[in-house]
Structure formats: structure tokens, C-alpha cells
Write a protein that binds this ligand. Sequence first.
Ligand code: NAP
Length: 275
Amino acid sequence: MLLDGKALSDKIKEEIKLKTKNYLIKPTLAVIQIGNDEASNIYIKTKAKACENVGINFIHIKFEEDALEQEIINKIIELNNDNYVNGILIQLPIPKTFDTYRLLNLINKNKDVDGLTDINMGMLFKNYNNLVPCTPLGIMNLLKEYNIDIEGKHAVVVGKSNLVGKPLAMLLLQNGATVTICHSKTKNLSNFTKQADILISAVGKKDLITKDMVKENSIVIDVGMNRVDGKLYGDVDFNNIKDIASYITPVPGGVGPMTVAMLLSNVLKNYEKNL
Ligand code: NAP
């Protein structure tokens, strides 16, 4: 059965829209872009459109690649102090000449709608969730929507990034799963994936997960986004796995739309906190 992230994200966006309609002052998301990364331009456009559709103001602040780091720091401080701004995110990746770690951690924890500051990551680690990274949060909501019980299940997360793999492992752990985290140095990946009741791949390699690596009736979540000849693929060999998995996310239409919906939801969450 398909885990339809598009349908659920539409439902969530509709709920957000209904709420913002009643607000005289609209929630606001500020996105900081540094440089001119091609993929970032597309992601920012998607976020801007999603905000517009649900009644969230969108501010796009763009710095050139040769901007001074201090200018960006000043802007983050200004946005932190602006009561009309409910969410701030830095579109990653940024040019290597900038200190990503330092800049991210300047964002106020309650405006950190990507959930990437040390404080929000640390809170997640200690089960005090404040703002949680959007992709893992989207996956948890998708599992919940389909009444998939996580407690006692063996979840295998392939990929250990700060953006997806690690926070997702924490959320699964919080929900009672036994979690295995695999990565590029894992030997015999299939030994682990074959044991998974819930298998999540967040790597970025087309066809990394093949049929022989998946347990029958397991739940397969594909986070990967790989563009080949202009077409989008996940990490999972969807066509050959869809009939043996009990649930599976498509790409596109699975995790991707949920990520955007969770960003909007995180902006609203902070806005409503301050009502
Ligand atoms: P990332 O930071 O590059 O992390 C990739 C992870 O995969 C790393 O932990 C790496 O291990 C691991 N890895 C690489 N090769 C592997 C292999 N052969 N076997 C097992 N693990 C391997 O990427 P990310 O930001 O987490 O994103 C992962 C994928 O998800 C990308 O395709 C990205 O575009 C996509 N993504 C999708 C969404 C969405 O909304 N759908 C959101 C975010 C990301 P090491 O740590 O050992 O190097």
C-alpha cells in the first residue's frame, strides 16, 4: 500500500490555511540564502509558493557569495528580534567560506523551524521536543496517519546526517522502536536492512535498496532524491519492492511534500505560541 505523502501534506496545508485565514497578522517565515546554488533556488521557490498558498508571509533574504559573514550575523540577529518573524531558516548548503555551524546556531531556538540548532537537536536527544527537523517529523506524521505502530518494531535507518538520519533515529527511539543506524562505513548493509520492520533510506543513491535487501511485509520509507535525466528517483527500487512491502512511499509524492508541510506547520507552531 502506498504511503501517500502528497495527500496528507495537502490535508495539513488545508488545515493551516483555515487557521491563518482567521489571523489579522499573518505568520512570517524568513529564508536566508547565501550564493546562488541551483537546487537551493528551486527549493526556495517551492517554499515561497507553499507559504503563499497557506497564508504565511515569505521573506527571501539573499546574500552574494562574497558577502561578509558579519552582515549575515547582523541579519540573523535582526530577524531574531523582529516580533513579526516566526520562523528563520538558512537554506543549505551555503558556500564553504561561511561557517554553517556558527550561523545556524545564532538562530533563536523558537524560530529555528528547521530544528537544526544545537539546542533543538539537544532537546530532541533528551525527549523534550521543541522544533524538530522537518523531514523526520514528516515521516513520523506519515506513519501516524496510516496507524502504523512503531513500538517494539525494528527500525533500520540508512544514513546518519544531522538533517535526516540522526533526528529520525531519535524520534523512532522516542516512539519505542529498536533502532539501527547504518551509514557509508556499514559492512554488509543488507544484513541489517533485511531485519527491518521499518526501513528508511536517506542516502541519495538511486537503487541503493534492492528487493533482496527488504523483508517481506515491511514498511519502506524512501527519503532519497536523485535526479537522473531530469527525472526524480528515490534510493529504493520502488517497482520491484512495492509488492513485497506492506507500505511504501513513492518518489515523488512521499516524503518530499511532507517536508514542506512540516516547515509550514513549524512556522505556525511558533506563531501560535506567541498569540
Ligand atoms: P547526506 O548528508 O549526504 O547524508 C547521506 C548519508 O548517507 C550519510 O550518512 C552517508 O554516510 C550515508 N551513505 C552514503 N553512501 C552510503 C551507502 N552506500 N550505504 C549506506 N549509507 C550511505 O544527505 P541527507 O541530507 O541526509 O540527504 C539524504 C538524501 O535524502 C538525499 O538524496 C537528499 O536529497 C534527500 N533528502 C530528501 C528530503 C525530502 O524532503 N524528501 C529532505 C532532505 C534530504 P556517512 O555519514 O558515513 O558519510
